[in-house]
Write a protein that binds this ligand. Structure first.
Ligand code: NAP
Length: 505
């Protein structure tokens, strides 16, 4: 996890937002205010927070720093909205969600520009993320129509049993900066589809992607208070969202460290929770694998978003008999990747989120090389920006090095050698995390053995890309609990009510 650096987050006592210089077709999408009860609000104190472009340090804009009381007001609106919304049919709710998705699609270019400006990722990835974010809205709009209850066989003559599935109620979520839109829609869409309302606190480094989703929800005709986006100091806003007893469900995506704290805060009011936390993904390449496919899959997994995803390959285990051959092939491809300003359409690797992320990557590389790893390529600050790192490959990494137990969150490939299947499974599972893992083999029997033994919520075999709205995304161990996407993602926003009826005359 990269902590916010002091240079990327400043508060200023001014209610007048500075003008943004972003080149957007629809400038109204850049909202420097919170989306509350279908209105745009600044903080009563006038306190604003700067949001800067990580690539060049320029100001993207400012967002309000709300007080506790202002967030509590949003909860009141949310509660009122939820009661009305739950009475609508799933078909009505789906129609509105599709309208929202249509508007997101129409404004895709502007949304992607805003995302790259505040987050740093290459514009082609931002465009991809908007599609990905929208796929959750479309999927859940339809899935909401398939929330079935149940009737149960009776065990007593006079009784009949019915199971009702109902919306859990008012929901709140806190989301990270690495996927500023998708981490929001995959919570908001299932919640709204089944009759819940939602308050979102986006990451302070990337609030504009979230606020633009609010503006498009307004244009789509969302009722007042159904979706609200609040910004401010994480302990103030998060404090209310995890403690207000009117909030029934809390969904968090972020680091394990913060997740632990928020779970404890939610315990007081016994909220239903989903926790999508950090990872330490192993990526295993067996000697029977197609090495070219493994190379392509690893690049896709490792270097997406400059290595800043929770499912990025973190420990790459290559069978010793093919390791040298693989490293040569991989190096050739990695050295082709273009580093620089995310706004350029050819850029493959953009800026890291802040100076702390850069320092962390540099210190992990130093620790590994000091302990005997070989820096094969990259690992230098790129000339275009002090936050761009050239893609690094480290060979001969081992478990004594800090990067073995740390989410690297940077474009750094760490290669470990191994000899046997049993050995690599034991090493791959030797972590507190259990989000995603990957392996490459064409052996059917091995496929089953390995897939069943890996202690992870998500397994990718012969692919480096596993995220999709149609499958359940989530972890085990200290990577959290709950699932997002698919029919399983809907359950997170439902309660099960059992109804016993005496039918005796
Ligand atoms: P983070 O530091 O945990 O922050 C995530 C969110 O929590 C931000 O909105 C942050 O607000 C907020 N927050 C921080 N401290 C808080 C507090 N005391 N009370 C309430 N809210 C608080 O994580 P990050 O650096 O943004 O994101 C990277 C992490 O997310 C990585 O560990 C990654 O693996 C994980 N992640 C997991 C998944 C998944 O699906 N499992 C997906 C994406 C990312 P501020 O921005 O205001 O500090």
């Amino acid at each position: 996890m990269a902590k916010s650096s002091k240079t990327s987050k400043k508060t200023a006592k001014t209610a007048k937002p500075k003008k943004s210089t972003l080149k957007l077709k629809n400038k109204a999408l850049l909202k420097q205010a919170c989306f509350i009860n279908n209105d745009w609000k600044t903080a009563k104190t006038g306190e604003m927070i700067d949001v800067v472009n990580p690539f060049d340090g320029s100001l993207v804009g400012q967002v309000p720093s709300l007080s506790k009381a202002e967030v509590k007001k949003a909860v009141t609106h949310s509660q009122k909205a939820q009661k009305d919304w739950a009475k609508k049919t799933a078909f009505h709710r789906a129609e509105l969600l599709h309208k929202w998705a249509d508007l997101i699609e129409q404004n895709k270019q502007d949304l992607a520009i805003m995302m790259t400006a505040e987050q740093g990722k290459p514009i082609k990835e931002s465009l991809g993320e908007i599609d990905y974010a929208n796929s959750y809205i479309r999927f859940f709009a339809e899935e909401g129509k398939r929330v079935y209850g149940d009737t149960l066989p009776n065990d007593k003559d006079d009784l009949r049993y019915v199971v009702l599935k109902q919306p859990v109620g008012v929901c709140a979520s806190v989301t990270p900066w690495n996927f500023p839109s998708a981490m929001i829609t995959r919570k908001v869409a299932p919640a709204l589809a089944v009759g819940c309302s939602m308050i979102v606190k986006p990451a302070t480094q990337t609030p504009f992607s979230a606020l633009a989703l609010g503006e498009l929800a307004l244009q789509a005709g969302f009722p007042k208070g159904l979706l609200q986006i609040v910004t401010g100091k994480s302990d103030v806003v998060g404090g209310v969202l995890t403690s207000d007893e009117r909030i029934a469900k809390f969904s968090f995506t972020g680091s394990t460290e913060v997740g632990r704290k928020l779970m404890a805060q939610c315990a007081e009011t016994v909220k239903k929770m989903s926790m999508e936390l950090g990872g330490n993904a192993p990526f295993i390449i067996f000697d029977d694998a197609d090495l070219q496919k493994a190379c392509d899959g690893l690049i896709a997994s490792k270097y997406r978003n400059a290595g800043q995803t929770c499912v990025c390959a973190n420990r790459i285990y290559v069978q010793n008999s093919i390791k040298d051959k693989f490293v040569k092939l991989y190096q050739k491809q990695v050295e082709q990747l273009k580093v620089g300003n995310g706004m350029n359409k050819n850029t493959d690797i953009g800026a890291l989120i802040n100076q702390d992320a850069m320092k962390k990557a540099q210190s992990l590389i130093k620790d590994a090389t000091d302990k005997g790893a070989k820096l094969v390529t990259g690992g230098k600050v790129h000339s275009s920006s002090k936050l761009c790192l050239t893609p690094a490959i480290l060979d001969n990494v081992d478990e004594s090095m800090a990067m073995a137990s740390t989410e690297i969150f940077a474009p750094v490939t760490a290669i470990y050698g191994f000899d046997t299947e049993d050995e690599v499974i034991q090493r791959a599972n030797d972590t507190i995390f259990g989000l995603a893992c990957y392996f490459y083999t064409n052996d059917l029997q091995r496929s089953w053995r390995v897939s069943e033994q890996l202690e992870y919520g998500i397994v990718g075999q012969n692919t480096g890309l596993i995220s999709t709205a149609v499958a359940p995304f989530g972890g085990v161990k200290q990577s959290g609990f709950g699932r997002e996407g698919s029919k399983y993602g809907v359950e997170e926003y439902l309660t099960t009510k059992y109804w016993a009826i005496n039918v005796a005359d």
